[in-house]
Design a protein around this ligand. Structure first.
Ligand SMILES: [Zn+2]
Length: 233
């Protein structure tokens, strides 16, 4: 059930579930929701004392979530002046609903969308975003595939795109297919390149073994820094 607690004047909403666990456990999800599980007989007083003791951790984790959300900067309202990310660069969306011709023009750092309604602006923006990402990934595959060819990897037979909530890319070696997350559009190019290399390396090793990472490092020696930054998106 959802409960509230006030710590240092700040209200936190958390979901409490009683389970067959030994201790009180606290988890902050990727989206910033707080989940607490505790043994059946634990009192609310005990749960709250535990949360107060962990308040620094809660604050830190939530700050990371909001930093990440801010970093990702995907448009949500499609109103004039909204901040969005284009390959890691902060840009401004200008929506002009009074204009007779619909369309999109990108003059860094400004994106001008002419549309009759915010819904139409969304469709125009999303179409442009998908096309831009597809072109970017193609460019990167053209660059990295020859490097993998030297390791005996043939280029993928199929490259598809989807919006996924938990994965940036998927490699299906049996069908030689790669799938990329549309949400990569907001990430910097060096991060997208890391995802491309990561997925191509799965054609060599369909796991995350030491051998897999050695292949990644061969092609991209600084992959660890990029991988760490990816968590912020
Ligand atoms: Zn992987």
């Amino acid at each position: 059930m959802l409960r509230q607690i006030v710590i240092d004047g700040q209200v936190y909403v958390y979901e409490l579930s009683r389970k067959r666990v030994k201790n009180i456990n606290l988890r902050i999800n990727h989206d910033g929701t707080i989940k607490v599980s505790c043994p059946a007989r634990t009192t609310i007083g005990e749960v709250e004392a535990f949360m107060r003791a962990e308040s620094a951790f809660i604050r830190r984790s939530l700050a990371k979530v909001s930093y990440r959300k801010d970093n990702a900067a995907r448009p949500s309202t499609y109103v004039d002046g909204e901040k969005v990310n284009v390959f890691g660069e902060r840009c401004t969306l200008h929506v002009n609903t009074g204009f007779p011709f619909k369309g999109l023009r990108f003059v860094y750092p400004d994106i001008y969308v002419n549309a009759a309604t915010p819904e139409q602006a969304e469709r125009i923006y999303q179409k442009w975003r998908r096309e831009k990402l597809r072109a970017k990934i193609k460019e990167m595959l053209d660059y990295y595939c020859p490097m993998f060819a030297a390791k005996g990897v043939e280029p993928p037979k199929q490259v598809t795109f989807r919006t996924m909530s938990t994965r940036w890319g998927v490699c299906t070696p049996s069908t030689r297919k790669l799938t990329f997350n549309y949400n990569l559009f907001e990430a910097p190019e060096e991060i997208i390149a890391y995802v491309v290399v990561h997925e191509l390396a799965h054609f060599l090793e369909a796991n995350h073994s030491e051998r897999f990472w050695a292949h990644v490092a061969d092609i991209m020696p600084d992959y660890k820094i990029r991988r760490k930054t990816l968590r912020e998106y």
